[in-house]
Design a protein around this ligand. Sequence first.
Ligand code: ADP
Ligand code: MG
Length: 698
Amino acid sequence: MLAEQTLTTLKGVGEKQLEKFHRLGLHTVQDLLFHLPLRYQDKTKLTPFSNLFVGQEALVEGEIISHHLTQSRNTSLLVKIIDTEGKILTCRFFHFHYRQAQQFKRGQMLRAYGEVRSGPTGLEMVHPTYQLFAADTTPELENTLTPIYPTTEGLGQPSLLKLMKQAVVLLKQYPLEEGIPPDLLKSMQLPGINQALLTLHQPQPDDDLFQIKQFEHPAQKRLILEELMTSQMSLLLMRQTEKKYAAPVFTLGTKSRSLLDNLPFELTQAQQRVLKEIQQDLAQPHPMQRLVQGDVGSGKTVIAALAALQAAEAGYQVAIMAPTEILAEQHRNHFIEWLIPLGINVAWLNGRMKAAEKRLMLSKMTSGEAQVIIGTHALFQESVEFNQLGLVIIDEQHRFGVHQRLALHAKGKSETDDSLATESHPHQLIMTATPIPRTLAMTAYGDLDLSVIDELPPGRKPIETAVLSNAKRLEVMEHLVAQCTQGVQAYWVCPLIEESELLHAQAAEVTAQQFKDNWPDLRVGLIHGRLKGEEKAAVMNAFQQHELDLLVATTVIEVGVNVPNSSLMIIENAERLGLAQLHQLRGRVGRGSKQSHCVLLYQPPLSETGKARLNIMRETNDGFRIAEEDLKLRGPGEILGTRQTGGIQFRIADLKRDQDWIATAKHLAENFLQSATKDQIETLQMRWHGYRLEYQRA
Ligand code: ADP
Ligand code: MG
């Protein structure tokens, strides 16, 4: 009922205003009810001045004993009031009209609400909201806490408050359907949905404001739980739906064995286990949806190649998508080396190809001649058509958004067909080196099966990391040169905070020049995002062949780059990078059997958190621990990447604050789905996802 009722049915909302509401994601009365307060003001009681403390927001009242303008350059208006205990408080205004200044009269009563600060002559309130009244009258106090809602331009607090009052009246008339089973609510001592909403929109004076502030009130917990449960449910549904589609069956051919026999190494136990999981998935008549998580250097590429081989041998095409051209190029080199001898046609597509070359590639993809196609996001452009796409592999998935993943996936299916069982979808293999704490993974990738390569190839020594002030930069350079003369290969990474490729490139250029000027014998290469594709490839190749001792780079080398002989990594301005990114960068060394070293240079002074973060990097090489710590210090956005979090916005839940609830929510969702009707499911989805239908459309 309220789920369908549009906002225009409320008094004061016309067609014209709708757009403002849409900006906040609000379409129906129900949406409005789920537009929850950010915080509350307590205007239900007066606080004596003697009980005030700095930082507190409070409602106070007193008699005006003086009002005057200060004589300083920025004139301010000071109004002093005295309370019944004889204590004094100053209200300070920096911006005011002459008329406003005239309003205040000695002997008048002033009631003010604001944040308490400490001023030159005692406690103050700066720009409180206030009300003046005569000494013989007493205005009434509010009888509920005052909610403060998220607003948008043209839609302010007062109008939202008024509308919310109407919506709450409607809610009492037409209660919402319960989402969580009542006996469960009872056992967890949580209120029903309607009670929870009432409490949050109109908290009563006896509700625990502190608890509400901490998001620990049962009414909030209840909503958080239902929202998380709904998101888990949608992910489960996405996955169930996908499993209903058909997919080509790839039984394991003989070429896998040949590839394994030709490798210069044996797969680790972990690689073998994960490979087996993938091989089994590919032999099913339904699409694989598997996420392979493996720390940097754990050997994911060869697993991708083996999966690709299985599909190609069965006569299907494979698309492999990498986030950068350097990485795509490197994959191409590996795949050419591994797959061409087995008679598989390896092709590649990049954004910088000449028109004719690109046309030729595209026609080979359409005809099916190209069997394994490697590329960047150019692969999911509209004009790309496959003949028979059977497997999609996405490397370093965290660099792509959810939407890009879904877009490439859509390449393999016809859009409108409803007969799931006959429509064929490609298998999906998604790889990431970002170790995601389990609870977060459940939410960001809840629609995928998970395989973890939790073992590094034998003989790797943990990278030793030092954290040094930028004051030591010259010494570090000298040390690096000395190492290089002994055959070590090194990276020097120059990240900048600005999102400008040009500035990044310049910083790297300056450093490279500095090395060349001071040490003419050192063979220095330079790589950054502004080089042409061929230039980048040439530099990478020279470094790979040890024709270069030092590679000065921007963060373009962050993911995937694999030159096992390099064993020294310097990262400048390390304090500006996220831990996950530092871990990725550092993972470019420690890939061979040599002891590797990493130096993190920082620009002092370092904040406490900054120190703590760099210390974590020094203490551990374990990507999972680093991610857990990063989650504690910076929150989920950092770990999933901003592009990723777009798909998982919540109304009230917060993945960091509420991570302990995710497992419960998943459990609830599984139980719920066992008996839920289609209507019940839709009710929850409309309630929580509303018009953000990514989940349902996926
Ligand atoms: P990542 O998981 O970071 O993508 P790569 O696939 O680039 O790692 O592998 C890192 C390096 O380890 C490569 O040089 C690769 O050839 C090598 N490698 C992979 N698996 C093994 C193994 N089982 N034994 C030894 N070396 C391996
Ligand atoms: Mg890789």
